[in-house]
Design a protein around this ligand. Structure first.
Ligand code: AMP
Length: 121
């Protein structure tokens, strides 16, 4: 898999506001926040999309959620609630092809996230 922007952040080749690191993952603030708290939790392992998660990655993906909840607790917004999102490919709005868990909180978030009238499939 080709290096992405996020590999460069892992390798400290470009700067980021890193808020957590362990042997499996890194978390840093989103450069274009969509909520008062918006950070990304990523695996150090290069996995392009949700579609590329393998059987052997199950614990790693669970770990990303554990890190998300731990950081939300430390930052003080876990109890009031937050949203976790993994966008997948074009229709999901994915722009960086290194798996990442968005964590958004600090205000009530609208649902559904889009407003157009849906044609049910
Ligand atoms: P997605 O659209 O789901 O692929 O999300 C990619 C996210 O990465 C977006 O929310 C961007 O704002 C964020 N992003 C892009 N470049 C950086 C960067 N250098 N540091 C932090 N976040 C970034």
């Amino acid at each position: 898999m080709a290096d992405t922007l996020f590999t460069k952040i892992i390798n400290r080749e470009i700067p980021a506001d890193i808020i957590h690191e362990d042997e499996l993952s890194l978390a840093f603030k989103d450069i274009n926040p969509q909520a008062p708290h918006h950070f990304l939790v990523i695996p150090k392992k290069s996995i392009a999309t949700v579609n590329d998660i393998q059987e052997e990655d199950k614990a790693l993906v669970g770990h990303l959620f554990m890190v998300a909840a731990k950081l939300a607790t430390e930052l003080g917004f876990a109890e009031e609630g937050y949203r976790t999102v993994m966008n997948c490919n074009q229709n999901g709005g994915q722009t960086v092809y290194h798996l990442h868990l968005h964590v958004l909180g600090g205000k009530p978030l609208g649902w559904p996230p889009y407003q157009e009238k849906l044609k049910t499939i």
